[in-house]
Write a protein that binds this ligand. Structure first.
Ligand code: SIN
Length: 501
């Protein structure tokens, strides 16, 4: 594929559930849609990795809404929560069941609803506890085969084309070549920010591109300090990390510390099913104090209920029934500020899925609401973003690559960035640590900016995205002096001076 200047009615950036839902809906509305994705394989989207499933109302929308508000410590936006709950069942039925034919697990009584932390009742639809791939693969195939949406893989959108508060499309890159695509509307669905942390449940390339592009173009972002850490990721060596679904605790698995003691009842009345931020902090504390934490699955039929996970454990040499676990970055609750149709504060720019801040999650997200949010807001934004014609304006000028750029520049800067985010902007934060993180990150961003204005590699643009978004997270965290949900401030300690350079 060569890169030429192109036009389209709606340009969707990202091929997870939110981007696919937006593309599908815009196509249904008769728009000419182009969907671009950095990914070359479905596994490169966070949606593919989702395990637990997708929450529905089970005819009790009030209770579902109440659970979302409770998990967010009362900080979720009531209108956004109502929008999610109102559309939930219809979006799941319309797209997942009737259009894609996803067969959620059943038992003798109908759907086999799963239980997860902070849900008042079992209400999670799932497939084999590997729901993401059972939704994502058919969705990609459907959009590719059954709609007129043009999909361009291995293609990154790393700069918005904008003029006076309006977005006209994006500069796209494929195989080192760049060209503008002009669009009536642009929908960002670029996912999360896992690449900013050394341990994450996200795919490797979750560098926050959409958030960085939108923020640099002048769009509002909000709630960036609310980075959710999942309490139970496999505690392997760095890159071996993988999610051990909350559904495993929902089924009855328990957490034990290095002395073999079950500790969660000492932290919260709901024990292993306490809100996620509470469990994540408890796991962190117990690991530090007793050396390790394991998820004990001896009381459940792990292999038959969670075959995919059992296989991953076997591949990693885990001696069941005890799985070593540690918290890992999992989900950004904030992001690009949008309204109930996914409209950002810039004209013709929409955002959906994890890169968007709808207000549904407030300071802490309830489990198994992210696929649902992507589906609901994707559908809404896809409809709202239809009916606009593209217009060509002058595209940003991209200069030639700086020959002085060392080959390992991006790798080294990423390493430093992750270390600072982990130690200063992680599960627990201090006022002083956040100040120090900002000064390191500001310096790092300055170094990156000097090169990223040039026509250069995708990895450098990803590094620029990561630097911009890290600064947004650290700054928002230092401006919020209230510990709530995922943002947790502790007294100063003698923290290691990892960020001294
Ligand atoms: C999980 O399966 O534990 C993750 C579910 C979620 O983050 O919504």
């Amino acid at each position: 594929m060569t890169m030429d200047t192109q036009t389209t009615d709606a340009l969707v950036v990202g091929a997870g559930i939110a981007g696919l839902a937006a593309a599908l809906e815009a196509d249904r509305q008769g728009a000419d849609v182009t969907l671009v994705t950095k990914a070359e394989r479905p596994e490169e989207a966070s949606t593919w990795w989702a395990q637990g499933g997708i929450a529905v109302t089970r005819d009790d929308p009030e209770q579902f809404a109440a659970d979302i508000h409770d998990a967010s410590a009362g900080t979720a936006d009531p209108d956004a929560v109502d929008a999610l709950v109102d559309d939930a069942d219809d979006a799941v039925r319309d797209i997942l069941v009737e259009t894609l034919g996803v067969e959620f697990d059943t038992n003798g009584d109908g759907y086999d609803y799963g239980q997860e932390a902070a849900h008042d009742e079992p209400r999670i639809l799932h497939v084999d506890a590997a729901t993401g791939k059972h939704v994502h693969v058919p969705f990609l195939n459907y959009v590719a085969d059954e709609t007129d949406v043009r999909i361009r893989e291995d293609t990154a959108a790393l700069e918005l084309i904008r003029h006076e508060g309006r977005v006209y499309g994006a500069m796209l890159e494929h195989d080192g070549e760049w060209a503008p695509t002009f669009a009536g509307t642009t929908v960002l669905a670029t996912g999360g920010i896992g690449a900013l942390y050394p341990r994450s449940t996200n795919p490797d390339d979750a560098t926050g591109d959409g958030i960085a592009m939108a923020a640099l173009a002048g769009a509002d972002v909000a709630d960036m300090e609310y980075v959710q850490f999942h309490p139970t990721a496999y505690d392997g060596d760095g890159e071996d990390t993988f999610l051990i679904s909350e559904a495993v605790r929902g089924e009855g698995a328990i957490l034990r510390n290095g002395t073999g003691e079950r500790f969660m009842p000492d932290y919260h009345a709901d024990a292993e099913l306490a809100p996620r931020d509470v469990v994540a902090r408890a796991v962190k504390t117990e690991r530090e104090e007793t050396g390790e934490v394991v998820l004990d699955v001896s009381g459940i039929d792990f292999e038959s209920v969670f075959p995919d996970l059992a296989e991953k454990c076997a591949d990693n040499g885990v001696a069941l029934p005890e799985i070593p676990v540690a918290p890992a970055e999992h989900f950004l609750c904030g992001g690009i500020n949008v309204d109930d149709r996914g409209q950002t504060t810039l004209d013709r720019l929409y955002a959906v899925g994890e890169c968007a801040r709808t207000g549904v999650h407030g300071a802490n997200r309830l489990a198994s609401t992210s696929l649902l949010e992507g589906l609901v807001w994707g559908r809404r934004a896809g409809e709202a973003a239809s009916g606009f014609e593209p217009q060509e304006i002058e595209a940003p000028e991209l200069l030639d690559r700086d020959p002085a750029l060392p080959d390992n520049f991006a790798r080294e800067k990423f390493h430093r960035l992750r270390r600072v985010m982990d130690e200063r902007v992680g599960i627990e934060r201090t006022t002083d640590g956040l100040q120090r993180a900002q000064s390191v990150l500001r310096r790092l961003k300055g170094e990156v900016d000097a090169y990223a204005r040039t026509r250069t590699s995708r990895s450098l643009y990803e590094l620029r995205s990561a630097a911009v978004v890290s600064l947004l997270v650290a700054r928002a965290a230092s401006e919020n002096d209230e510990s709530v949900g995922c943002h947790y401030l502790v007294e100063e300690t003698d923290a290691p001076a990892a960020d001294a350079d």
